[in-house]
Design a protein around this ligand. Structure first.
Ligand code: AMP
Length: 944
């Protein structure tokens, strides 16, 4: 390539390779209007192959990208392509380069920090001199290219003023990482056409001030009424309230009917009172420490959720603020799940009727891995919600950590959002009008493109981490600055007074009115609907107040069961199944005909088919659920000829309820949190999350601890979520054996959830059916099998499906003389089959084997009944495959002793254990050691 040629110029510039975007930009312009680019570029672009047909998204850029990336890989050649000898045209190129630099990097120089403390890197590209442009060029006219300036030509002065105002004032718009050309152009137009700040009417500006007055007024009120009480006040981030107000009103105008909001502590009380319309009197009661719910532990006030309806220009909108634990980011996927459930209920496939809003703190947003997982799910089939509005209340400090080099490695706390190419709008919290503008752009973007968008509200926390904390010990400079810094409201009031929009008397009146409303306990959310339309949300009353012992009739008409089973074995004409899959389906046909014993996969499928037939929707997600980790399910068929899919469960009958089954991406934490959110919003459905191996649930421990086991007690929120966790000691090593039964049992109290270990196909069938048919909504944790899926003795009959019920305790299945029985072995899970085998081998007719299929709530009554059959009982053994310190032993033995003690006091002391020895790891990695241990614990059950 020749010196002076376009390619030479780019190959030697700092932008070579890295700044292909500039050339793309020129090329885009060229495609729209060839005359709008300098002649040399036009000639050069003409040499490239033109894209065919209508330009779709990124496609027009392919030739230019390919060409330049090839150049980047090639050794420099000296071939002339285009020469630039005309000085004016060279300058034109530089002007376009300058415009582009502002689009890319303007945000790095933008005035987004109210405290002006944010460490910023120098950005030389933003200086005209960097592009060899100087004052003498400022009065020269240039083409404006793709800049939205309202004219094709303008002086460099005008251009420079426009790009500086647009990209370096109080808004720092970051969106050039987006590859979709249409989106990028849309965003450029929205910011450039108004230079990032529209001229808002007096009415709008007064409304902004009124909302800031509410935000500040509430905090001042609480500060004087409850000094020093923890409330995680919003002071320093008050612009968040007008922002939320605008999101709700504007999205209502778009036809949104429900909004689910997730947020951590800061600003929560303000949101509850000023946005959702919680009664101030109720809040004051909470500050006074009054007990607010009859059952359960309750939760602190800044974790509370709330629901209300507000009026917007598009009609009534239902708002739900999700309850959340202290774990800062885990609420986001829960919100997504709740939103998806509402969208599914409304058949809102694009996200036009239900909107998620996630509010984050800066430190957690950049620190916690679940944020990445939540972004990753945002466009996937199973989890997408049509785009989330993310708001970061950026205090520029996490508890006491504010040094950039300690808090994160990325430049902004929001950089993680770039992984899904979300646009990010950094905005100075002290400029409420800029905040309003980015809010409007964010909503419009979400409604137009149905993707995530982030608003980074850069602000500060005036009173430290919380009101009981002293921040200046660790952030002396920041807090010395904050102490002298006027509040957002004060600054904005002064501006409006200076500009003659309001008077000082107006200002005082606004403050007094808000304070009076609080004094009188009046609602202060303007648009609150006092008589809400309850049709906007689900009625939970049928599910309230049930005991776990409530009967559930899970029987099903045999003839219909056979008809459904027949449909379950069918694939469309010509649909070619892979050989092993075909065999599974052939076997199912034999099971239906009674020519083969029915296995787990068949019974589980029939649980789903019968529930769907009775009108219950089903949603199953998790790692590899379509097939099942151990290939027992194959609910999603793949055509071996063309890759098309067929789900028999979706083809039962006309207008059947929805049957959703999706393999999840390889996450546990966000995915389980999502399903918790889904299940707490959809009481009539069977919602299942299955782990690839049971111990994978470890990765979602926070969801199990803070939502699944305790959500009802803390917040009164019922949840019927089912977890299928493959569990069983089969010589597969420490990580693939245990679903950590002990952890679930340790969390059990107050009948908060059900933990079951079913051992037959009929048991899983009735257990899954019971979970939906019984109106009780409690999480169900199933220790689901691996080898039992194919065990020759773990079989059932169609009649057992049609007629039976789930048995929390399964009596001995042998033909023993009850009077002979001196020993009872109690067990759960697959060890039962080993024990049966051993009993036959040992010919022991003095030993009964009873299975406890429901470990929690412990079925004391049923066990009592079974044990009383044996009048000469002397010894009872709990046999488990797990090591002594794991499994059910420590958490369940007191239930067994209660039962035994009630029958005969000395029996309580006769309870013994046979298990693996206490161990640090759940299982051995050596199959030979496993086999030896297994044999020992099974033998000991007959001896100890
Ligand atoms: P939401 O649509 O989440 O705002 O819920 C509306 C109302 O339904 C709430 O105010 C509760 O009374 C009730 N509700 C919602 N979810 C649950 C749940 N998981 N358990 C019990 N009641 C619920």
């Amino acid at each position: 390539m020749q010196e002076g040629s376009m390619e030479y110029q780019w190959s030697t510039s700092h932008a070579y390779g890295g700044n292909i975007h500039y050339i793309e930009e020129l090329y885009e312009q060229f495609l729209v209007d060839p005359n709008s680019v300098p002649e040399q570029w036009r000639d050069y672009f003409n040499t490239l192959p033109r894209p065919e047909g209508a330009p779709a998204q990124d496609q027009p850029l392919t030739p230019v990208r390919e060409h330049f990336s090839q150049l980047a890989r090639q050794p420099r050649q000296h071939t002339a392509v285009v020469s630039t000898d005309n000085a004016q045209e060279k300058k034109q190129v530089r002007v376009l380069q300058l415009i582009n630099a502002y689009r890319f990097r303007g945000h790095q120089r933008a005035d987004i920090d109210p405290l002006n403390l944010m460490a910023r890197e120098p950005v030389p590209d933003l200086d005209p001199a960097f592009h060899q442009l100087d004052q003498s060029d400022f009065d020269t006219e240039f083409q404006t290219g793709s800049l939205f300036l309202g004219k094709e030509r303008a002086t460099l002065r005008e251009i420079y003023e426009a790009i500086s105002q647009t990209y370096t004032s109080t808004t720092g718009a970051e969106f050039m990482h987006i590859v979709d050309t249409e989106e990028k152009r849309w965003l450029q137009q929205r910011f450039e056409s108004v230079r990032s700040k529209p001229n808002y009417s007096e009415e709008v500006r007064k409304h902004l001030l009124e909302r800031l007055t509410a935000a500040e007024g509430l905090e001042n009120y609480l500060a004087s009424k409850y000094p020093g009480t923890k409330r995680f006040g919003l002071e320093g981030g008050e612009s968040y309230i007008p922002m939320m107000d605008e999101i709700i009103q504007r999205s209502g105008g778009y036809g949104i009917k429900e909004i689910v909001i997730g947020m951590a502590h800061r600003g929560r009380l303000n949101t509850l009172v000023n946005i959702l319309g919680k009664s101030p009197a109720e809040l004051f009661d909470e500050f006074d420490g009054k007990k607010m719910i009859d059952h359960g532990s309750g939760d602190v006030k800044y974790h509370q959720g709330f629901s209300s309806n507000v009026m917007t220009s598009g009609g009534e909108v239902h708002l739900a603020l999700a309850f959340n634990p202290s774990h800062l980011e885990i609420g986001s996927p829960v919100v997504e799940g709740s939103v998806r459930a509402r969208q599914d209920r409304r058949e809102d496939t694009k996200g036009d009727a239900v909107l998620p809003i996630s509010i984050h703190g800066d430190a957690a947003f950049s620190g916690q891995g679940v944020v990445m997982e939540t972004f990753q799910m945002s466009q996937t089939r199973a989890y997408k919600t049509g785009g989330t509005i993310h708001i970061v209340i950026n205090n520029q400090v996490g508890f006491t950590t504010s040094k950039r080099e300690d808090a994160r490695s990325s430049e902004y706390c929001t950089d993680i959002a770039k992984m899904v190419q979300a646009p990010i709008f950094h905005v100075n919290g002290d400029d409420p009008e800029a905040v309003l503008h980015v809010t409007q752009v964010a909503i419009d973007y979400r409604m137009q493109f149905h993707k995530d968008v982030v608003i980074d509200l850069v602000c500060y926390r005036r009173r430290g981490h919380n009101e009981a904390d002293e921040p200046s010990g660790t952030q002396p400079l920041m807090y010395s600055k904050i102490s002298k810094h006027a509040s957002t409201r004060k600054l904005y009031t002064q501006k409006l007074i200076d500009e003659g929009v309001i008077s000082e008397a107006d200002d005082k009146r606004m403050v007094d009115e808000y304070r009076d409303a609080l004094d009188n306990g009046r609602h202060v959310a303007n648009a609150l609907v006092k008589e809400p339309n309850t049709g906007l949300f689900v009625d939970w009353t049928p599910y309230l107040g049930h005991e776990w012992t409530a009967h559930a009739d899970t029987r099903f008409d045999l003839k219909r069961l056979q008809e459904l089973a027949q449909k379950m074995c069918e694939a469309p004409e010509g649909f070619k199944l892979q050989r092993q899959v075909n065999k599974i389906y052939d076997d199912r046909k034999k099971m239906l005909a009674g020519a083969m014993p029915m296995n787990w996969g068949f019974a589980e499928t029939m649980a789903y088919a019968t529930l769907l037939d009775e009108g219950h929707p089903i949603r199953i997600t998790g790692q590899d659920v379509g097939r099942g980790t151990f290939s027992h399910r194959h609910a999603v068929l793949h055509n071996n000829q063309d890759g098309s899919l067929y789900v028999p469960l979706q083809h039962l009958k006309e207008n059947q309820p929805s049957m959703t089954i999706h393999d999840s991406f390889l996450s546990e934490e966000a995915v389980l949190a999502f399903e918790y959110g889904y299940a707490t919003t959809t009481p009539n459905a069977l919602v299942i999350w299955e782990a690839q191996f049971g111990d994978f649930a470890n990765g979602a421990q926070v969801v199990i601890d803070q939502f699944i086991s305790s959500g009802e007690s803390k917040w009164g929120r019922l949840c019927g979520l089912t977890l299928l966790l493959p569990h069983g000691f089969e010589g597969q090593g420490p990580e693939h054996s245990s679903a950590r039964l002990e952890r679930f049992l340790q969390l059990c109290a107050e009948h908060n959830m059900q933990v079951c270990a079913p051992t037959t196909p009929a048991q899983i069938y009735h257990l899954l059916r019971r979970q939906v048919i019984r109106p009780l909504r409690k999480p169900l944790v199933v220790m689901s099998p691996k080898s039992l899926l194919r065990h020759k003795d773990a079989t059932s009959t169609l009649e057992e499906l049609a007629d039976g019920a789930f048995q929390p305790v399964i009596p001995d299945q042998g033909k023993l003389d009850d009077g002979n029985v001196k020993r009872v072995i109690l067990c759960g899970g697959k060890v039962y089959y080993d024990l049966m085998h051993k009993r036959t081998e040992l010919e022991r007719d003095d030993t009964a084997i009873i299975r406890i299929e429901q470990l929690y709530p412990f079925p004391e009554e049923s066990l009592d009944q079974e044990l009383r059959r044996y009048p000469n009982l002397e010894r009872v053994v709990w046999c488990q495959e797990e090591p002594q310190n794991q499994g059910a032993w420590y958490s369940s033995q007191h239930h067994m002793r209660n039962v035994l003690g009630a029958i005969k006091p000395e029996l309580a002391n006769a309870l013994k254990l046979s298990s693996r020895a206490a161990a640090a790891a759940p299982a051995s990695g050596y199959p030979s050691v496993h086999a030896e241990q297994q044999n020992k614990l099974v033998t000991e059950a007959f001896e100890v």
